[in-house]
Design a protein around this ligand. Structure first.
Ligand code: HEM
Length: 232
């Protein structure tokens, strides 16, 4: 059975068991959880660098965005292999869209903050153009997914095509991992070699490792389902 279909069946089962699906309440819950996560990530940055600038805020928002999108994407893989996260699958759409909201904030900050001026010249230098291209591609994919994440769009394009579109999210996710790892990798390597001034890893590295788990679990899912269903 395709993973997205199994995820949808689990959502349906959850609703039939009488678990709450008050959409408005779920949005509020997700926004509140995201703010709690924002505070936790900010605390981590503060402990690590003890300074707080506009650039720090931009990085925190970016990390939060990719974390939420990543959790939303990983849920279908996790719920395919295990049952422990089934009760969270109903939040998948809300989590992804709140993540897209923070993504938009990150993009706005990345264009208006003086650290990244002049726009777009800053991004078009040899050292940044690849990372920027990956960022733009990721943005387009996540924006399309966001637009297609409503009941009307699902009905219009049909559930099968919609499930395929949702899988494109992993390509957008991979672009994003490249987007920020190309800048972070030299610093992360120093940390792995024990040559970094900081004892704890940068939060970007933690997010990157989580991102690899998201992609890894999706590959495991493809392998596990490839023989059962050719189109997964
Ligand atoms: C055109 C669109 C985008 C632009 C111009 C952009 C710009 C940037 C810039 C300048 C940084 C470096 C921040 C710094 O260290 O000061 C960055 C990092 C990052 N971006 Fe983007 N970005 C874009 C799209 C995205 C998207 C779509 C995502 C994910 C949903 C994303 C997630 C991240 C993450 C996770 C980081 C690393 C933050 C850290 O240092 O931990 N970005 N981006």
């Amino acid at each position: 059975m395709p993973a997205e279909l199994k995820a949808q069946i689990k959502v349906q089962a959850h609703i039939e068991q009488g678990h709450h699906t008050n959409d408005q309440r779920m949005w509020i819950e997700m926004i509140v959880y995201s703010i709690i996560l924002l505070i936790v990530i900010s605390g981590y940055y503060f402990v690590q660098s003890s300074s707080f600038t506009g650039q720090t805020v931009n990085r925190i928002v970016a990390d939060l965005s990719i974390l939420l999108i990543g959790i939303s994407l990983i849920l279908s893989s996790v719920c395919y292999f295990w049952n422990f996260a089934d009760k969270y699958i109903i939040y998948r759409k809300h989590m992804g869209l709140v993540g897209v909201g923070y993504m938009i904030l990150h993009i706005v900050l990345s264009t208006v903050l003086p650290n990244y001026a002049p726009f777009p010249g800053y991004y078009l230098t040899d050292a940044r153009i690849m990372s920027f291209t990956a960022a733009v591609l990721g943005t387009i994919i996540f924006a399309l997914m966001g637009i297609a994440s409503n009941r009307f769009a699902i009905q219009e394009i049909g559930p099968q095509l919609w499930r395929k579109l949702m899988r494109v999210g992993f390509i957008g996710f991979a672009f994003t991992l490249y987007h920020f790892s190309s800048k972070g990798m030299p610093y992360w390597s120093l940390w792995f070699m024990g040559e970094s001034r900081s004892v704890i890893p940068s939060f970007g590295l933690i997010v990157f490792m989580f991102g690899l788990v998201v992609i890894g679990l999706r590959i495991a899912l493809w392998v596990a389902t490839a023989n059962k269903h050719p189109e997964v």
